[in-house]
Design a protein around this ligand. Structure first.
Ligand code: ADP
Ligand code: ZN
Ligand code: ZN
Length: 806
């Protein structure tokens, strides 16, 4: 038999299956979806078996060395998804396969040195020969670690062919193993043994006494460690096992990071709105019909309860469910809602887990030990066999798009898999992406609407403060008078406040502090980006540039500022203005350590602080009853990013942050500070008017030719020499123009806002298109033709439907 194997080298010439002979002893063992080690060129590599066949067109086939897995790690469905993903995102097939597996399963290669000609080596370099006397293969790093001088000599011997290099494949995925102890004979027999043992075997008697009366209970299997911790002797236990009175077994144990603190919850009685939303999802599951639902529900409308009850139905149907939430909202609060309802039928995958823990969670899914997977983006690849439902909460979140290869969007993968499994996808959000809402409008998706919060609690009242006004009246603080007054009021009432400051957009755009003018590109209606090096403002869509003005082009004031304030500065200001307030600051600096995120939130939940000050990491998923005030310090900081989604992101963020207030008994208030309070993204969010925002934004997208009216493809090039990158970019643009239909628009090349990364110069071209069957083939050819390997070479990357354009 012959196996088709994809080698784990993500380079173009290797991006196809290679035929390998299956040695006799692996016949009927190897299955598609397993990983194997194979000889490749002069090294050993890891590969994925994608198919088996009887014949090959090649004669001299090399044989598979060994298998890495004893059961397939990718199901046939996931192998197919991988092939689809590779084509849809223009990446190497093996890259797609790897993206579906936990990081611990990525092979690491250890460079080994091996002696080829020992006699000759002894003659040439006796000292080196001595090092190799102990064994034929030695690790490269270990030999050269403390002795760099050896490197040169080793290289010389390598050139002469006296030494050679081998790559040893290392699989890091190891299940944690524990030893359990159980009785191997009847209780009667154990009693007998106790009476026969001499008095000196006191420790053995102790162990036997423990098992007397438990022999008949198959579930009584304490671990060796537990027994030893309770004072029993390890030696005595092994002695008894040697005498076949006890049985020792090695079993795989799962690390459970959530063990011990889950409280069981019961389904709630649904509100009418919840009921109406859930019914069609149920129907789609019951009939096994693939549909995509967009659940548009205001914050606090009880979307999560809908998810929970839908999942319950999935379990009744003996199928499995995948729940995607943004990494940032994988807070213990969110996780516990799923664990609380479904207990240990849930696997949780997020970046806070260790590699081993992640691997364990994945293994529970593969082995069918759990039925629900909750996780961030990559959980969409959960290796379930009978998927009954896929949920994507906060579907508008940009973190569902992966920024490295494979550049996939979890929503696309979810829909692709759900089609295969004939099951529904539920996209949930208080602020759906324009793309999704437009699809729902066109009836491609089914819209489910929840207009009210559970128990008719009102949405918080929102006030917008004009910061220009504050300036004019002499208030230069980051806090408006209104916000400060309300902060004091909450301190007095012992209620809590969440203050939100956006970190992104720091100092990248220029704004006039007295009239709010932001300098925009005359061709694109997008803020210009400040390039410090040449004091220039540039448009990174069309390449337009101008000198950064020293005075405002609208009002002539010289108060032009680079926008942005740090959380530290705000904290200092809070301490000055409200010395009695206890403040918790949450940003990248205070949450670097593992678990600190949870710890700070717990402190705030325990009312150990009055104010929670933070960046976008506090915008979502938090639900604290005592929070009655939310302040957004600078609503504009996202608005002027050079991105056509800037308004959408601003609207989403203000809505999400406002949603943190008044979720419980106490009513909530929101204060939004802005330099452009009349901007529709700010004012519509303040009115909780999604539809209004949608209308206006769609009009602008239509005029600008942006999604959802057009699709985008972004081609990025980097090279250590700017001229070479520019030249290739020019040629790519002309190839695209020649090969694509006239309805498609090709832009560029332009230099992006970040023009150089790690000494490599960047260029970008963009295609806007509606229907373009020629696109993927042309882009594939461009990749094959332009992509070079090696350090000082041209690198091409292609992002279809990009989320980040910088
Ligand atoms: P969303 O996910 O839409 O923001 P949640 O699911 O967090 O809303 O619901 C808000 C709050 O209302 C939660 O505390 C939740 O437990 C509660 N809740 C949801 N549905 C019901 C219901 N049918 N009856 C009572 N309380 C509910
Ligand atoms: Zn422009
Ligand atoms: Zn001005």
């Amino acid at each position: 038999m012959i196996a088709e194997v994809y080698i784990d080298i993500p380079a173009n010439p290797v991006n196809k299956p290679f035929d390998y002979r299956i040695p006799d002893y692996l016949d009927e063992v190897i299955q598609p979806g397993m990983r194997v080690t194979v000889p490749f060129g002069r090294t050993r590599r890891l590969g994925f078996v994608t198919g088996l066949k009887e014949q090959s067109e090649f004669k001299q086939l090399r044989a598979i060395d060994s298998i890495e897995d004893h059961a397939p790690v990718l199901t046939q469905e996931l192998l197919d998804v991988g092939l689809w993903l590779a084509e849809a995102t223009l990446c190497a097939t093996v890259t797609a396969f790897q993206a579906m597996l936990p990081a611990a399963m990525k092979a690491e290669y250890k460079k080994m040195l091996q002696v080829e000609e020992s006699e000759q080596l002894k003659a040439e370099d006796p000292e080196l020969a001595k090092i190799f006397e102990t064994g034929r293969q030695l690790s490269w790093t270990e030999i050269t670690k403390n002795n760099p001088e050896l490197l040169k000599r080793i290289n010389r011997m390598l050139k002469k062919g006296l030494l050679s290099i081998h790559q040893l494949v290392q699989n890091q995925a190891n299940a944690k193993k524990v030893i359990t102890v159980s009785a191997a004979v009847s209780s009667e027999r154990l009693k007998e043994e106790v009476s026969q043992l001499s008095d000196r075997a006191k420790r053995q008697k102790e162990v036997l006494n423990l098992f007397i009366g438990k022999s008949e209970d198959a579930s009584y299997k304490p671990t060796m460690n537990a027994l030893v911790q309770n004072g029993l002797s390890r030696e005595a236990i092994t002695r008894l096992a040697d005498k076949s009175l006890l049985r020792l077994e090695q079993i795989e144990q799962f690390r459970d990071p959530y063990a011990n603190y889950v409280q069981q919850t019961q389904p709630l009685d649904l509100t009418d709105e919840q009921h109406k939303a859930l019914a069609p999802i149920m129907q789609s599951m019951n009939t096994g019909e693939h549909r995509v639902f967009l659940c548009h529900g205001v914050t606090g409308s009880g979307k999560t309860e809908i998810y929970l009850q839908a999942i319950q139905r999935v379990l009744e149907l003996e199928k499995q469910a995948i729940v995607l939430v943004p990494e940032i909202s994988l807070t213990p609060q969110m996780v516990l809602r799923f664990k609380g309802r479904f207990g240990d039928r849930v696997a949780v995958m997020h970046s806070g887990l260790s590699r081993g823990e992640k691997y364990d969670e994945w293994r529970k899914i593969r082995e069918g030990k759990v039925q629900v997977a909750v996780g961030a983006r990559s959980a969409v690849f959960a290796p379930f066999k009978k998927i009954g439902l896929i949920i994507i909460d906060e579907e508008h979140e940009s973190s569902y798009k992966q920024e490295d290869t494979p550049r996939y969007h979890a929503r696309d993968v979810a829909i692709h898999r759900a089609k295969i499994h004939h099951c529904p996808v539920v996209l949930g959000s208080a602020t759906p992406s324009l793309e999704s809402f437009a699809r729902a409008r066109k009836k491609v998706y089914t819209l489910l609407t929840l207009k009210e919060r559970v128990n008719r609690r009102p949405l918080p009242s929102v006030q917008v403060v004009d910061l220009r006004e504050e300036m004019r009246e002499g208030n230069h603080s980051v806090f408006s008078r209104l916000l400060l007054e309300k902060l004091k009021d909450r301190l007095q009432k012992k209620e809590q406040t969440v203050l939100f400051l956006n970190r992104r957009g720091y100092s990248t755009f220029v704004m006039c502090r007295s009239c709010g003018t932001v300098v925009k590109c005359p061709h694109c209606d997008i803020s210009l980006t400040y390039h410090r090096a040449h004091h220039l403002l540039k448009c990174h869509y069309c390449g337009y540039e101008q000198k950064a003005p020293d005075t405002c082009p609208t009002c002539g004031s010289d108060a032009m500022r680079f926008f942005g304030t740090g959380t530290q500065k705000v904290e200092a200001e809070l301490n000055r203005l409200l010395p009695e307030a206890r403040v918790i600051r949450m940003d990248v600096d205070t949450t670097r350590q593992k678990g600190s995120h949870e710890k700070l939130l717990r402190q705030f939940g325990d009312e150990k602080a009055d104010i929670l000050l933070g960046t976008q990491m506090i915008a979502k998923g938090l639900d604290f009853p005592k929070v009655t005030l939310v302040g957004v310090l600078a609503a504009d900081s996202l608005l002027h990013l050079p991105d056509f989604r800037a308004s959408e992101k601003t609207f989403q963020l203000i809505t999400q942050v406002s949603g943190r207030a008044g979720r419980h008994r106490l009513p909530g208030e929101v204060v939004i500070q802005s330099y452009t309070p009349d901007h529709y993204a700010v004012s519509d969010a303040a009115r909780h008017d999604y539809e209004g925002f949608y209308q206006q934004e769609m009009e602008l997208r239509h005029r600008g030719g942006y999604p959802p009216f057009f699709y985008l493809a972004l081609i990025s090039l980097t090279h250590s020499e700017p001229a070479k990158a520019a030249d290739a970019a020019e040629r790519i643009v002309s190839i695209l123009k020649k090969n694509l239909s006239e309805a498609s628009l090709v832009y560029g090349p332009v230099v992006p806002a970040i023009s150089k990364i790690k000494d490599r110069y960047r260029y970008q071209c963009m295609v806007k298109y509606k229907r373009e069957p020629a696109l993927i083939p042309v882009l594939q050819k461009i990749m094959q033709h332009f992509q070079e390997s090696g350090k000082d070479s041209l690198q091409v990357s292609i992002d279809l439907n990009p989320v980040v354009l910088m």
